[in-house]
Design a protein around this ligand. Structure first.
Ligand SMILES: NC(=O)c1ccc[n+]([C@@H]2O[C@H](COP(=O)([O-])OP(=O)(O)OC[C@H]3O[C@@H](n4cnc5c(N)ncnc54)[C@H](OP(=O)(O)O)[C@@H]3O)[C@@H](O)[C@H]2O)c1
Length: 210
């Protein structure tokens, strides 16, 4: 798969490692420019290229956004038109600044990203496990017992595409619903957030059947 990564910090670089190990082609970007990502490229043994945000957005069949949520409006909408965009971000008002609609729970952060990227298919995933656990826990427990990754989306094709990626990285995707309902089930403050659950336990806690 061709994966674009926007954000090259804890989560972005972790996904770069996991995706390149799985054989995916990766272009990764940060806010300061590709020349600042040389060390990460070396660390990835040349299996991923650094690019601009625009290049990462255009490159990926799937594009992952892993930036502090407060920056989501910087994302370029045009190159993401028609693409599957994974929203791995979480809203932390003390870091991101207060957003009244989120504070009052009138909307989810992924729905706001979807509004900004109107032509893309936003899928919330990889937001609910700490980066250092995400790096280690895939494939860690054999074929029959896997850690669950909650996935929410409005578009079913995009959701299935992300299910395949989650499986490829050694996790079991758990369908949490759409961006409004599902998004609320695995955002910060919920009982599954950073709880590192086996897929069956995750399904139980968010109330979905296998
Ligand atoms: N850390 C975790 O365990 C974890 C787990 C799940 C989800 N998350 C969520 O994932 C997101 C990223 O977290 P993180 O811990 O990976 O953050 P981080 O280590 O601080 O990295 C943030 C990355 O985003 C880039 N960035 C910031 N603004 C940008 C912009 N406008 N355009 C392009 N890139 C931009 C930064 O680039 P520069 O350095 O060049 O500015 C940096 O590479 C957050 O929303 C967080 O809540 C984090």
């Amino acid at each position: 798969m061709k994966i674009g990564l926007i954000g090259a910090g804890h989560i972005g670089s972790t996904l770069a490692h996991l995706c390149t190990a799985a054989g995916d082609d990766v272009v990764i970007a940060n806010s300061r420019g590709p020349e600042t990502l040389h060390e990460l490229e070396l660390d990835l043994d040349g299996h991923a290229r650094a690019g601009t945000v625009e290049q990462a957005a255009r490159f990926g069949d799937i594009v992952v956004v892993a930036v502090p949520f407060g920056h989501y409006q910087d994302l370029p909408a045009a190159p993401l038109d028609g693409k599957t965009v994974i929203d791995a971000c979480n809203y932390y008002p003390q870091r991101d600044g207060h957003v009244a609609d989120l504070d009052d729970d009138r909307v989810t952060s992924s729905e706001l990203m979807q509004r900004h990227l109107a032509g893309a298919h936003v899928v919330k995933a990889f937001n609910a496990m700490r980066w250092d656990h995400l790096r280690e826990y895939g494939h860690s427990s054999g074929a029959y017992l896997r850690y669950g990754i909650p996935v929410s989306a409005d578009d079913q094709d995009a959701k299935r595409q992300v299910f395949d990626l989650v499986e490829q990285l050694g996790y079991e995707p758990v369908d949490a619903g759409n961006l409004a309902e599902g998004g609320r089930k695995h955002q910060p403050g919920t009982q599954v957030y950073t709880a590192d659950l086996w897929a069956d336990d995750l399904r139980d806690r968010i109330g979905v059947e296998a």
